[in-house]
Design a protein around this ligand. Structure first.
Ligand code: ZN
Length: 387
């Protein structure tokens, strides 16, 4: 397998070579300046108006222990906008400059996935969204990808190793392979019911051989009240009006007394499809769109050298505060010496959201548990959906 390990990153090998050359030149010329750098995103992928911050845990692991280094960041799961510093480092440049490649990689990838998951969860309006996308990525990164899918609001993950890392039970239904091998959807569902432990929900796949409506009726009757749900993974070539198919399946189940049988859809699902189908669907299995979500283009910019504000063209110099209204969650960037403003809309004082995590190389704040961070994301989704 191709991959780098933690030692490669920590030893500075996982870097772009120009950072190593910069370090060598600065050392040779005996230039050793204290800088402040901030991590911001200049522009989001199309259609995005906010994003979810993630990837901090790995950054803290890389940076702690570096003497003289201070780190501030918003908590993982914080919603933010373009041009807002969500992580800030103060230290001698030589002591951390070679980590820029890795630090950006952690934030860009993790935040991209968490953001897409949160967009799906917002579109799903409280209905469960499961991450089914491990098969679309290089296998060794599945636990990282699905950790961020879960943080972003996904209710579960299909991949066993990812679930183990998250300390949750993996979720899954029945693959087409089992139905093809047994030769019939209802028989396959019955076999599943006979063999698999009772605590696993019975969810039948109903698009393998026949029409979804008739297969749904067959499996529901075959399992006599034990069927939790039906999954439609209908191929694109057969979808036609997918919403109509779902409406029909719901109707046929309902009039036969299977009102409790849930409808789950998967296959090519993203936040737009979720919005379109959510009236007829009880849960969504999302693959590629979350696991291969667009990364967020974070940049690490120097904004202060030896106490003097400085920045390249196109960036605002100086140390900043990122403040947020505790009620409507609106965010604003102010210069670090400026006082906390009031939220124009709510008329309440805004609050600082950058927290000090590392002081002089020592981690002074423990990061919250993943479930707490996920709940924090869900709370912000709720505020957005109510506004
Ligand atoms: Zn407000």
């Amino acid at each position: 397998m191709f991959g780098a390990d933690w030692d490669d990153i920590k030893s500075g090998k996982l870097t772009d070579v120009y950072f190593l050359r910069t370090k060598k030149i600065l050392e040779t010329k005996k230039i050793n300046k204290k800088v402040v750098v901030e991590f911001i995103v200049k522009s989001f992928p199309p259609d995005y108006s906010w994003a979810v911050f993630s990837g901090l845990e790995e950054c803290v692991e890389i940076l702690k222990g570096i003497k003289g280094l201070n780190l501030w960041a918003v908590p993982e799961g914080t919603f933010f906008d373009v041009d807002q510093p969500v992580m800030v480092i103060e230290a001698r440049y030589q002591d951390f400059g070679i980590y820029e490649t890795a630090l950006l990689g952690f934030l860009c990838h993790a935040s991209g996935i968490a953001t897409k998951a949160a967009r799906c969860k917002l579109a799903a309006r409280n209905k469960p969204v499961y991450s089914f996308g491990a098969r679309r990525i290089y296998p060794t990164i599945a636990p990282m990808v699905e950790r961020n899918a879960y943080l972003g609001g996904c209710d579960g993950v299909a991949c066993v190793k990812s679930a183990e890392v998250l300390n949750i039970e993996p979720v899954g239904t029945i693959p087409h392979a089992l139905i093809l091998l047994i030769g019939d959807s209802a028989e396959a569902t019955k076999a599943f019911d006979e063999v698999i432990e009772p605590k696993v929900k019975r969810i039948a796949l109903i698009d393998t051989f026949g029409d979804e409506k008739f297969e749904a009726i067959n499996v529901a009757q075959g399992l006599k009240g034990k069927l939790f749900g039906v999954r439609l993974d209908t191929p694109a070539s057969r979808r036609g009006d997918f919403k109509k198919i779902l409406q029909e399946v719901r109707w046929e189940l309902d009039i036969r007394g299977y009102k409790d049988v849930k409808i789950i859809v998967s296959g090519g699902i993203d936040e737009y499809k979720i919005s379109e189908l959510s009236d007829y669907v009880d849960a969504f299995g999302v693959g590629t769109s979350i696991s291969n979500a667009p990364v967020l283009d974070f940049a690490m910019d120097i904004v202060e050298i030896e106490g003097t504000p400085i920045a390249k063209r196109g960036k605002l110099s100086g140390r900043k505060r990122l403040v947020r209204c505790p009620q409507c969650l609106q965010r604003e960037v102010i210069y670090h010496t400026h006082p906390l403003p009031d939220c124009q809309k709510c008329q309440v004082k805004m609050e600082d959201i950058l927290e000090e995590i590392i002081s002089d190389g020592n981690q002074i704040k423990q990061l919250p548990d993943i479930n707490k961070s996920r709940q924090y994301v869900l709370n912000q989704i709720k505020t957005i959906s109510e506004s």
